[in-house]
Design a protein around this ligand. Structure first.
Ligand code: SF4
Length: 694
């Protein structure tokens, strides 16, 4: 039942689900929210919203919310409700004991892409200044870390190049490994509008997503590449561009490092990268691939939009570089309607990365070994900081299993459900002596925790989120935190108890500190956000009102750098025992592991994860529509219902990961991107068997 009534007051805030970052008016009666109305003045959504955002407030007041701090000595003990003071003191004394016993590097922290910029900043500050190490990582590790690495290497900054409005000027839309109409619905609709107005569409995806053929749009080319073949695919695309003389030579000569370009052009021109030679890996019809590459290179303004189907691979970073290569080669960066644009999954993936959540970087992507940068942080924070990069999430868990890593502060992240190879993750969690969870629900990871601090929803705190187009928007508090404190306040209390004092009266002061330390944020303040509605970073003396489009006259790194992108097949192979490849994704009504959407009106539209399987593979196994099947990989097995679907190609099956009870990550592998350790969620060799017929 959706509660309705006349609002008494309202505030403009930002959706806390996907990376589109839609603005909403939260309409209130006292402390009770009655409606979320899409806000016309929101520059990311222009008054539109999707079915997730409208009902998001449902989870904020759900009965499952944990509103009291809790502690327990062992994870087999029952939780005991305590005061904030007792919980914080217990957590701090445990972290201090562990560091005294096992060394300062035996603890670390995880920031959340669901929390605000200010909260991510404070968690990394706590880890670096109070714990005294760089063992901080973010859940972006498991989704878009290759975006950061790939775009930084080629273009000089770890972010998408355009604003969403740029798509209104795109002539050729190339969607790779993304499903915008389900994952980023408001932007997906904008994309469809542009396609209906005449833009051409190329979709590179193993599955026939809605954009391939729907009542309103149809792709000019669908390239159903095999999961795991992305880099072979992009090299074949580049081969056509180079060997058919489709390079924008004037652009490359003026804007790019020529030596690197020439080496790359020689590399991709080799016959082994031709669409015909690559077909054995990609499975894509060479003639179709050639036609698509020609359209991309010569069809006018061409924009690439991509998602986790690019990044969550053992060569995720290589593929991001490959896309930047073809965009530079065709002059498709630095102008309207073009660019390389990651569609970020969570609301604040971009922001949590910007805020220094990685173990090797401070805010604004500056390396911890850079003396001048580190000294500026030391001077303001009054702490001696470590110059060596710390541990990534995966390394923290590995070291926990080995016995040298013992404690973790996890804010707003459920690694037991969302990280790959669940058995390994839970082994690491079980081996630790103090896990502090700060969250709004008792999530799967909390089963292994010793301290639980009640988190605050986006409606209960002030702050900012940064969306996929680098747009910083305000999050406004419209109700009091049910647990007593905003998440940022919990971090302040913990830091103070650890002996490193923090003192802020409002998140605006945290943003002022971020701005004072971060060159791309020097012009950002709450006053400016109130005045302009939102700003896109860089926002500084060169761009006081922000930067909708990057790399206009020159790349951030100076000249664009082409990178060699050798295809190396993933070690995860189909074979006689596991003959099919599983890939995963999302659906429109649900968000990530479903912890929020399953506690809203959206639960009506998706009650369980299902397995999509091609009729050919189903028939070979005697499976009919609706059968319960087991899905088994080298890591484990799960059970779910089969849906027979021609969206799939033979040999590939697909599921979503919105429900803990099916737990797709039980069966995903522990292979990961060579550069960033982003897990290879998108390629798992599996077998499917019918278990019974309901
Ligand atoms: Fe907008 Fe994404 Fe929220 Fe939907 S889920 S309302 S598209 S920000």
């Amino acid at each position: 039942v959706i509660e309705m009534g006349q609002p008494e007051h309202s505030a403009v805030t930002t959706c806390a689900y996907c990376g589109v970052g839609c603005s909403f008016k939260a309409e209130m009666q006292g402390e009770k929210i009655v409606r979320m109305v899409p806000y016309k003045g929101g520059k990311a959504n222009d008054g539109h919203s999707c079915v997730k955002g409208r009902f998001a407030y449902g989870y904020a007041t759900h009965k499952d919310r944990i509103t009291k701090p809790m502690i327990r000595a062992k994870i087999t003990d029952p939780w005991r409700e305590v005061s904030w003071e007792e919980a914080i003191n217990h957590a701090a004394s445990e972290f201090k004991r562990i560091q005294a016993q096992y060394g300062k590097d035996s603890v670390g922290g995880i920031t959340s892409s669901r929390c605000t910029n200010e909260e991510a900043y404070l968690v990394q500050k706590l880890v670096r200044a109070a714990f005294g190490n760089n063992n901080v990582d973010t859940c972006a590790r498991v989704c878009h870390s290759p975006t950061g690495y790939g775009l930084m290497s080629t273009l000089g900054t770890s972010a998408g190049t355009q604003d969403f409005a740029s798509v209104d000027h795109t002539d050729v839309i190339l969607v790779i490994g993304a499903n915008p109409t389900d994952g980023h619905p408001v932007f997906g609709s904008r994309m469809k509008k542009r396609i209906r107005a005449g833009a051409k569409l190329i979709v590179a995806d193993p599955r026939k997503i809605d954009l391939v053929k729907s009542p309103h749009v149809q792709a000019d080319h669908h390239l159903p590449l095999k999961p795991g073949s992305n880099v072979a695919f992009i090299n074949a695309f580049a081969h056509v561009i180079v060997t058919e003389g489709l390079i924008d030579e004037a652009y490359v000569r003026e804007r790019c490092e020529l030596g690197d370009f020439e080496a790359w052009a020689r590399f991709v021109a080799d016959e082994r990268h031709s669409p015909e030679a690559s077909e054995q890996y990609t499975g894509v019809d060479p003639a179709e691939l050639r036609a698509a590459a020609r359209l991309y290179a010569k069809g006018g303004n061409a924009g690439i939009y991509y998602g986790l189907g690019v990044t969550e691979h053992s060569q995720g970073s290589t593929m991001v570089m490959g896309m930047a290569n073809i965009a530079m080669a065709t002059g498709n960066i630095g102008k309207l309607g073009a660019g390389v644009n990651p569609l970020r999954g969570q609301n604040n993936v971009q922001g949590s990365c910007d805020m220094g959540s990685f173990p090797h970087e401070f805010t604004g992507y500056r390396h911890v070994s850079d003396d001048a940068t580190r000294e500026s942080f030391e001077a303001l924070w009054g702490a001696k900081l470590d110059s060596a990069p710390g541990l990534r999430i995966t390394n923290m868990l590995d070291e926990a299993v080995d016995g040298s890593f013992k404690g973790m502060y996890i804010q707003g992240e459920d690694i037991a459900q969302s990280d790959p190879d669940t058995h390994h993750v839970t082994s690491g969690l079980k081996a630790m002596e103090c896990i502090v969870i700060q969250d709004i629900f008792l999530n799967e990871t909390a089963k292994y925790a010793h301290v639980f601090l009640p988190g605050a929803s986006f409606l209960e705190k002030d702050g900012t989120f940064t969306n996929a187009e680098r747009r910083i928007s305000r999050v406004r508090k419209v109700m009091s935190p049910l647990g007593g404190y905003g998440d940022w306040e919990g971090t302040v209390l913990l830091s103070n108890a650890l002996g490193y004092p923090m003192s802020y009266t409002h998140p605006s002061e945290i943003m002022d500190e971020i701005a004072s330390l971060t060159p791309s944020f020097t012009g950002v303040s709450y006053a400016k956000l109130d005045e302009l509605g939102s700003v896109q970073w860089p926002c500084n003396e060169n761009a006081p009102n922000g930067t909708p489009m990057m790399h206009v006259d020159r790349f951030v790194r100076g000249k664009g750098k082409f990178m060699i992108t050798e295809y190396v097949a993933t070690e995860e192979r189909a074979g006689p025992r596991f003959p099919l490849i599983l890939t995963t994704g999302r659906i429109l009504s649900q968000y990530n592991v479903g912890a929020q959407t399953r506690r809203t009106e959206n639960s009506r539209w998706h009650e369980e994860d299902i397995l999509e399987i091609h009729p050919f593979d189903a028939e070979a196994r005697g499976i009919v529509h609706g059968d319960l099947v087991s899905l088994e990989s080298r890591s484990g097995d799960i059970a779910l219902k089969a849906v027979i679907s021609e969206r799939m190609q033979p040999g590939v099956v697909y599921t979503t990961f919105h429900h803990a009870k099916t737990g797709a990550n039980v069966i995903t592998t522990d292979f990961s991107d060579w550069a960033t350790n982003c897990p290879e969620y998108k390629v798992t060799a599996v077998q499917v068997r019918r278990t019974n017929r309901p």
